[in-house]
Design a protein around this ligand. Structure first.
Ligand SMILES: Cc1cc2nc3c(=O)[nH]c(=O)nc-3n(C[C@H](O)[C@H](O)[C@H](O)COP(=O)(O)OP(=O)(O)OC[C@H]3O[C@@H](n4cnc5c(N)ncnc54)[C@H](O)[C@@H]3O)c2cc1C
Length: 353
């Protein structure tokens, strides 16, 4: 394959860059660091369970092993650590919840959790709220996405151009596309929610969701390599610091940390912990969620050299490695994309726009 051009160096674009590198496919990554980026705000958690429904997350058996393989390979290449395996703790409030947990885990979650409930309070969680025992998930953790992106930018410094992609300068030809001095047969847009400004892909049906997050200190919290999940989450980050999240807002789509977001996060915290804390920073971003909660990947219906890799929503860490792999095989060997993620499912919207 000739050199691929990637537009957007968030989680989607950078994971794709590493995937192309694995296959020895050259690429150029164009990213404007000062633009809105969900990846720079995200806690980077992955979890094979959806706590709200106590059900398995979509394709968890395939996605989680690939996530490990992929990020470990990137750690080895860059010499930087960003993958952190954690035990997630799910406190129960009612007996019914415990029964549901045991049944569900027994039925189809046994790879990720134990079909048992624990009594009392786990070590390190003494300042957290427990009223009726808890369950444990082993196969969970987080990726420090900012660290991954910085390591990727340093590793690929010769393939990186830091500038705003100017759509007006893109020339579409029969056999290629040309942008400034660069010609390619494969230009992939990974702009997250900013795809709304892209004249070629603004029709893809995103349903973006603003999210806010806090970084706090709380001397009495002793969580180590864990996550506490109860209508929100708390995880330990650097020494003595914790990340608290997160909110969902589908109306105000901007990166501004808001007083309403702070209030909501403080309310969540009051249900999760009983100790004092200090807010160090309060951040906001916009998740590029799609209307059917699946990634949106593949070729433009009319311009065959233009592609999109987007729609990672709230689960970019789990989805990106596996589907970037599928996408590279689609580009290289013309293997079909799984229909659930193929942008072709929305071609009728392009025809109508
Ligand atoms: C508060 C919050 C918490 C989250 N927590 C988690 C979590 O725990 N786990 C999880 O898996 N996910 C989480 N997410 C979601 C996660 O952030 C996304 O799934 C993922 O980061 C999306 O990556 P992306 O690359 O598609 O988009 P983005 O991260 O938004 O990146 C888009 C990139 O494209 C660039 N770009 C756009 N237009 C142009 C242009 N014209 N020229 C040049 N560059 C351009 C931008 O600069 C940016 O770098 C969270 C999100 C938020 C907001």
């Amino acid at each position: 394959m000739n050199r691929v051009i990637i537009v957007g160096g968030g989680l989607a674009g950078m994971v794709l860059a590493f995937r192309l590198h694995e296959e020895d496919i050259p690429f150029l990554l164009i990213d404007k660091p000062s633009l809105s980026s969900s990846s720079k705000v995200a806690a980077g958690l992955w979890n094979p369970l959806v706590f709200k429904r106590m059900s398995k997350s979509w394709m968890a058996e395939e996605l989680v092993p690939e996530l490990h393989r992929f990020f470990k390979t990137c750690e080895r290449k860059t010499g930087v650590d960003f993958l952190c395996k954690r035990i997630s703790i799910k406190p129960f409030t009612e007996d019914q919840e415990k029964t549901l947990w045991k049944n569900r885990v027994y039925q189809d979650l046994s790879t990720f959790a134990e079909a048992q409930d624990y009594k009392g309070i786990p070590q390190g969680y003494e300042a957290c709220t427990f009223t009726n025992g808890y369950g444990k998930i082993f196969e969970s953790g987080n990726v420090y996405i900012n660290t991954f992106l910085e390591a990727g930018k340093a590793f690929f410094k010769d393939c990186l151009v830091e500038e705003d992609f100017d759509y007006a300068q893109l020339q579409i030809r029969e056999r290629s596309v040309v942008y400034k001095n660069w010609e390619t047969e494969t230009l992939v847009f990974c702009e997250g929610h900013l795809v709304k400004h892209n004249p070629y892909f603004s029709w893809i049906p995103l349903k973006p969701a603003k999210g806010e997050i806090l970084h706090i200190t709380a001397p009495k919290l002793k969580i180590k390599k864990g996550v506490y999940n109860r209508d929100g989450f708390i995880l330990d980050s650097e020494e003595g610091k914790f990340i608290v999240g997160s909110t969902y807002n589908w109306l105000e789509l901007n990166d501004k940390a808001s007083p309403a977001g702070l209030k909501e996060l403080e309310k969540k915290l009051s249900r999760m912990i009983s100790c004092d804390y200090t807010v160090i920073s309060h951040l906001a971003g916009v998740r590029p969620s799609s209307i059917d909660r699946r990634p949106i990947i593949g070729a433009h219906p009319k311009h065959k050299h233009l592609f999109v890799f987007n729609g990672l929503g709230a689960k970019g860490v789990m989805l990106a490695p596996y589907f970037a792999g599928k996408f590279v095989h689609f580009l290289k060997q013309k293997q079909d994309l799984p229909p659930e993620v193929d942008v072709a499912r929305f071609y009728k919207l392009y025809a109508a726009h």
